[in-house]
Ligand binder design. Sequence first.
Ligand SMILES: Nc1nc2c(ncn2[C@@H]2O[C@H](COP(=O)(O)OP(=O)(O)OP(=O)(O)O)[C@@H](O)[C@H]2O)c(=O)[nH]1
Ligand SMILES: [Mg+2]
Length: 264
Amino acid sequence: MRASLVIPTLNESGSIGNVLRTFRAAADAANRAEFASDPITWEVLVVDGASTDGTGTIAAQEGARVLVERRRGYGRAYKTGFAAATGEILATSDGDGTYPVAEIPRLVRELLDHHLDFLTGNRMAYLDRRSMTTEHRIGNWILNTFLHVAYHHYLKELPARTLEDSQSGFWVFRRSVLDRVALTQDGMAFSEELKVEAILRGLKVAEVPIRYGERWGLPKLSSWRDGSRNFLFLVRKRLAVARELKMGAPTPFGRETESRAPPA
Ligand SMILES: Nc1nc2c(ncn2[C@@H]2O[C@H](COP(=O)(O)OP(=O)(O)OP(=O)(O)O)[C@@H](O)[C@H]2O)c(=O)[nH]1
Ligand SMILES: [Mg+2]
């Protein structure tokens, strides 16, 4: 089996080497243990936003394929990375040392064993005070609460409390997901758009608790600017969903399609 780990980076030279070495060691260990009968061939793609601190050079030295994406944006970097990735399973992480990349093989196992389409890590599960600033925490709470109220109709069929962390950037999913979702966002709202789309299209989505660590380098995200953009995106998306449903057709949402499909 072939899988790709995609990591967007913007000046993450302090952490990227460690992230890549930690992942590689865990992937090799998993290939000798739970994946021994069908080892995963991992490709690691670092989508670098023309960092000026040598992030790309370090990533290449650690064996990653480095793509330079000069157009700004977290979502833009992922679109470029996903288009270039060759794995049938895709995994993601920030390059800042916050996400537990050593857990990725275990999450791949969970995705396969439970026949899921999309797994997303929940940072809120064991959140340490030092890992998230107060502004960040408040912003996340507002976004998560709004999402649960506004999208209640779609979330209620999922296991209880799914999507407690709408802003997590730690995902493991089947490549086929990309054929089913419409991704328009180039900025930080890409993260919530991908999850909301996966749910709206009726894909099998699950959220798993993860440990989230303290960031190694300088933040790239502005809590209030990115938070308000993400909030506005959730509002606009919800209105678009309502409009699409009102127009009646063609409904893009898996569960609606199932319930409306004429008997065979
Ligand atoms: N290529 C590229 N990568 C980016 C860009 N903006 C952010 N990144 C990277 O995307 C990942 C996520 O950005 P972060 O700044 O960590 O965002 P966050 O995790 O929401 O915020 P923190 O809690 O401060 O880490 C990091 O690895 C960044 O280096 C960009 O414009 N281009
Ligand atoms: Mg981060």
